[in-house]
Design a protein around this ligand. Structure first.
Ligand code: 5AD
Ligand code: SF4
Length: 439
């Protein structure tokens, strides 16, 4: 009997991509391949790329380049490159010219056809290069191979209509479209039945779910999902502040399954920069949204995304960002240096900020965010928290999991606790990590 063939997927970028790699893995399993950890021994290698920042793109280019030698030794190995990078105008052809040994190139809109493309490649010598435009449709037949038990991700919207001036996502993910509520609810019901304990609803801007259709609004959908029977937690990301409503804050407050932790990307603390970013809110509007959230959910933590070095960002603009971070007291934040993306409005703006200036700013910002997180962590010592155990940290030899506020805690356990809700007494805080004992 011949040995079962295997696949290896390399994922770049966000949670959306991690979940899309699960869908790719599902398709490869249907073709009879099994997952393997080693790229060297795989029969199919897929690079699921991201182009949101230049460094993610360069990282993928570097890794694809490194496979040239291996492919020369293993001629039957199939290399596929897909997702956001090839979806950009002209990039699929560039990729093919630069890496002629890549067998399959596909985009974001035809990801669900990868199975077909791999089969086609197995029967023909030439490369399969297929990138499609957004047809506004949604593919519903995914059978993802979920790899993050007890956590599971569920798409609710695809694409984005916001066109923030720095962002390439609307160009590579197409116009916003919402899945039917009945399909989302059926998917979550099945996941809960299978034992998944934390469900995260995913979209570029979940708050605009259903806009322009007869579907439910996002708060209505969220409440319906929160009413599904069983013990599980519910999260959602990402919320655009301009669409974050009081109704949503009320839904969070009255449904205990919804975690008291909201990701609300602000990007900058300067009104001028926000305007140039086309974010459609001011700092004051943003703070009001947080006040509404805290009025209904006083213990809610807030996390955010921040960009430094946007064109024209002055020292004062940057100071305004630092001030906002202090004022809100984020529990954590993703911090980015602005990356110029071809085709976006911001790429054509004058006064692009020199790299050295951005570097100094990002260091200051990271230091501030870390100090906030550290202070909040030390306040946890002595408290009792309920965490959902999600992993075993091999280095620390400890199990770990998050509380509903998103804070990671580590603990010892004699049994495999992954998937269990565990009550811990926090005994120590070390930087952002907490350590506790089961009670
Ligand atoms: N440069 C830097 N950061 C960016 N993001 C999106 N586009 C860019 C860019 N061109 C960040 C934003 C967004 C997060 C997902 O990525 O902060 O919220
Ligand atoms: Fe990009 Fe803005 Fe859409 Fe987020 S909301 S994906 S930052 S365009």
């Amino acid at each position: 009997m011949s040995e079962q063939k295997s696949f290896h997927i390399v994922t770049y970028g966000c949670q959306m991509n991690v979940h899309e790699s699960e869908k790719i893995a599902g398709m490869l399993c249907e073709l009879g391949y099994k997952s393997c950890d080693e790229m060297q021994s795989a029969d199919v290698v897929v690079f699921n790329t991201c182009c949101i920042r230049e460094n993610a793109e360069n990282h993928a280019f570097g890794n694809i380049g490194m496979l040239k030698k291996l492919k020369a030794e293993k001629k039957d190995m199939i290399i596929a490159v897909g997702g956001c990078l090839p979806q950009q105008l002209g990039k699929a052809e560039n990729l093919h010219a630069k890496f002629p040994y890549v067998d399959v190139i596909f985009g974001t809109h035809n990801l669900h056809k990868l199975k077909e493309y791999i089969q086609l490649k197995r029967t023909q010598r030439k490369a399969v290069i297929k990138v499609e435009d957004d047809e506004g449709s949604i593919f519903e037949g995914d059978k993802p191979l979920r790899t993050s038990y007890p956590n599971a991700w569920v798409n609710i919207t695809y694409g984005c209509n916001n066109f923030c001036s720095y962002c390439i996502v609307p160009y590579v993910r197409g116009r916003e479209r919402s899945r039917k509520a009945e399909n989302i609810i059926a998917e979550v019901e099945e996941l809960v039945k299978k034992g998944y304990k934390e469900i995260t609803l995913l979209g570029q801007n979940v708050n605009s779910y259903g806009n322009g259709t007869n579907e439910l609004s996002f708060p209505e959908l969220l409440e319906k999902v929160a009413n599904i029977d069983g013990k599980f937690r519910l999260r959602f990301m990402t919320s655009h502040p301009k669409d974050f409503s009081e109704e949503l804050a009320k839904v969070i407050a009255r449904n205990p399954k919804i975690c008291h932790c909201v990701h609300l990307p602000v990007q900058s603390g300067s009104d001028e920069i926000l305007k140039a970013m086309n974010r459609k809110y001011t700092v004051e509007d943003y703070i009001k949204k947080i006040e509404i959230l805290k009025k209904h959910v006083p213990d809610c933590t807030v996390t955010t995304d921040l960009i430094v070095g946007f064109p024209n960002e002055s020292e004062e603009d940057f100071e305004a960002t630092l001030n906002l971070v202090k004022k809100v007291g984020y529990s954590s934040a993703f911090t980015f240096v602005y990356s110029k993306r071809d085709g976006t409005v911001a790429a054509k703006m004058p006064n692009q900020i020199p790299e050295e200036v951005s570097k100094v700013r990002i260091m200051k910002l990271v230091e501030l965010v870390n100090s906030l997180t550290r202070d909040q962590s030390s306040g946890y010592v002595g408290k009792t928290v309920e965490i959902l155990c999600e992993d075993f940290d091999k280095k620390k030899k400890l199990y770990c999991g998050r509380d509903e506020y998103g804070r990671m805690s580590y603990f010892e356990s004699n049994n495999n606790a992954i998937g269990e809700f565990v009550t811990l007494k926090i005994t120590k805080a070390n930087g952002i990590s907490l350590y506790g004992e089961r009670v």
